[in-house]
Structure formats: C-alpha cells, structure tokens
Design a protein around this ligand. Structure first.
Ligand SMILES: Nc1ncnc2c1ncn2[C@@H]1O[C@H](COP(=O)(O)OP(=O)(O)OP(=O)(O)O)[C@@H](O)[C@H]1O
Ligand SMILES: [Mg+2]
Length: 341
C-alpha cells in the first residue's frame, strides 16, 4: 500500500505516520489505490492521462473518496513537487467568505508558477456545498477569467447546493456509497499492515455499521482494535454503540409472524440497554432495506412504508416508547394483511 506523504494533514502539522489516524495514514496517494466507484475513477484516470482537466464537481455521500480522488488527480497531473506550488486547497474549516474568494483565490489564480507543458494550476474547493451563494456567485466570473491557467475541482455531498451557473461550467462526477466488497478490500489491506487480530463476524459488523462509508469503517476498525485488541462483532458494536443486529432481527422476525407481544418483549430488552428510539428505528430500517431471507418483497415494501412514517416522527422529536410499540403493531398488521391476500 502506498504512503501518504502528500496528504494535507501531514503538510499542516508534521506528525510521524504512526501517530496519524488510520484514515489519513491510509489515504490513497495514487488513483490505483482508490476502491469502488469504478466509472467515476476511470473518468478521472482518463483526465490524468489526457492532461486537459475540465472544471470538476465531485458529488456523493461522505467517506467514499471524493477528496482523495481530487488530490490523487492533482498529483497525477502535476507531480509531487509541483503539487505544493500549483495546488490551492480550501475546505470548510478555512474561511471562505466572499472576500476570501475575491482575494485568496484570485491571487492564487494570478500567481505565476512554472508548470509542466499543457498543465494548469488547480484550486480544490472541498465541501463546496457549504459555501455561501454570494461566494459562489463571485466564483463564476473568476472561473471564466482565469480559465486558461487555472482549473477548479469542487467536492461536495449535495450537488444541488452548488448554484446552476457553476454547475454548467463543470463536469459532474457522481460518487455512490461503496459496496461492502469494496470496503472489505481496503479494510483487509489495513488489517494486514497493522497485523490486526479479527474474525469474519467482526469484519461483517464493520461493513454493516459503515453502511457504504469507508472512513467510518476505518475509524471503527482503529477504535475497536486499539480499545479491545480483537475485532469481533461484539466489540465492533460496543464501539459503534448501535443495537446488535441479531437482537433487532429477532424483533423483526416476530413481527413477520404477527406476534406482537413477543416482539414487544424483545424490544423492551433492547430499550433497557439504553438505546434511543432513533437508534432502534434506524437499525430496523437499515435491516429491512437490506432485505432478509425470511421476508418477501411485498412485505418488505409494506414494512419500509410503515418504518418511514415512524422514522420521521422520531427524528422530529417524538421519541416516546409508544412510537416504537406502534411501529411493531403496524408491522405485525402489515405482515398479517399480506399473508391474508
Ligand atoms: N474509495 C476509497 N478508496 C480508498 N480509501 C478511501 C476511499 N474512500 C474513502 N477512503 C478513506 O477514507 C478517508 C476519507 O475519504 P475522503 O476524504 O476522500 O472522503 P470524502 O468522499 O471526501 O468524504 P466527505 O464527503 O465527508 O468529505 C480517506 O482518507 C481514505 O483513508
Ligand atoms: Mg471530502
């Protein structure tokens, strides 16, 4: 696996690699180390090969490799040495008000840098969806004026928060949640490097709690390993502080059989462990969405509908146990109705 010499973290406060959190220590430096989202990454590879980078928006859920991809692309285009000179990284923790856009970005765009032939300076605007509309408006003109020397790469979670005129100036690259298989590939590399003791249930629990977010998986892996010295399912769920899926699965199975009283008993046991209504409904929802062998598609759809209604109520603040009981009753009824038909 590659080292992380170029990461922004290391530039700011130079720490020995062993002190870095694993997400930074194992942040890919080359594009070949990025897992998943093959289509998006191969588009970037073509750009790196061609050398003519358009302005880009990378949009998608957290922890899927957007920031990493932009950094790898910039490094592939400019090389490690020029990277320091010719790349400006701004993220949400930097001040990105209108004035900064006007001054800092403009100054950088005007700066003279010796570049390899046919290459451009690159401005990386991370978490671009948190930039104010005013700042984004100021950016449109700057993007045009400096288009012969500078390219922009914007990373964001929600591309609809980027104003239309900027969207129209950029090529959009969409990232999706990573599959469990992709997450496992990267997690296993770290497991080997760090000589972690684990079992397959532990890895499954990591995939399950990460829900497509590799940053989350690596953070939980580190916390479990350093906290308990063994990565198994029980320890992972302790670290993640989520209800154990087997306990939740039992509740759902009882609802499938329309046995309300028994489902309620199992629910009480989970509530007693101190999990909030939001945690519990969230886990039920995730399990049902992922599908279960015991559940037909018809029942699954009915369940998703009922869970959605209660989930909204709970998120809005009605966290009483009655809501959870109501959910179980509705699931029991939905399951009975489907069987009757
Ligand atoms: N596709 C991937 N391949 C390899 N490592 C990854 C990938 N996605 C995430 N990671 C790991 O997770 C960390 C965070 O990834 P990154 O900063 O690229 O996420 P992001 O998509 O920009 O998320 P956010 O939307 O929260 O900014 C990286 O340092 C890396 O260790
Ligand atoms: Mg990012």
């Amino acid at each position: 696996m590659s080292a992380t010499e170029g990461s922004s973290q290391e530039k700011k406060d130079v720490k020995p690699r062993d002190e870095l959190p694993w997400v930074e220590k194992y942040r890919p430096v080359e594009m070949k180390d990025i897992v998943g989202n093959e289509e998006a990454v191969s588009r970037l590879k073509v750009i790196a090969y061609d050398g003519n980078m358009p302005n880009l928006i990378l949009s998608g859920p957290p922890g899927t490799g957007k920031t990493t991809s932009v950094m790898c692309l910039a490094r592939a285009l400019l090389g490690k040495d020029v990277y320091k000179e010719a790349v400006l990284e701004l993220n949400a923790s930097d001040d990105r008000t209108l004035n900064v856009v006007r001054n800092k970005i403009k100054m950088f765009a005007q700066k003279k840098v010796t570049l390899p032939a046919n290459r451009h300076k690159i401005i990386i605007l991370d978490e671009a969806d948190s930039m104010s509309t005013g700042a984004q408006q100021a950016l449109r003109r700057i993007m045009e004026i400096h288009s012969n020397t500078t390219r922009f790469a914007l990373a964001c979670n929600d591309s609809s928060k980027i104003i239309e005129p900027i969207q129209s100036r950029c090529a959009l690259v969409r990232y999706r949640k990573l599959t469990n298989k992709d997450i496992l590939i990267r997690v296993m590399e770290v497991v080997q490097q760090e000589k972690i003791i684990k079992n397959s249930e532990g890895l499954e629990a990591l995939m399950y709690t990460a829900d497509g977010d590799l940053r989350n998986a690596l953070n939980n892996l580190q916390a479990t390993w350093q906290g308990f010295g063994m990565v198994d399912a029980t320890n992972v769920f302790k670290v993640c502080d989520q209800p154990h899926p087997t306990a939740v699965k039992e509740i759902i199975l009882k609802c499938l059989e329309s046995k309300f009283v028994e489902a309620q008993k199992k629910l009480d046991a989970v509530v007693k462990k101190g999990y909030s209504a939001q945690d519990i409904v969230g886990t039920i929802s995730k399990m049902v969405r992922n599908g279960m062998e015991e559940m037909s598609e018809e029942v699954q759809l009915e369940f998703i509908k009922e869970i959605g209604i209660i989930h909204v109520r709970v998120i809005e603040g009605v966290q009483s146990p009655l809501q959870l009981s109501a959910l179980l009753a509705k699931l029991c009824r939905a399951s009975a109705n489907v069987i009757k038909q």
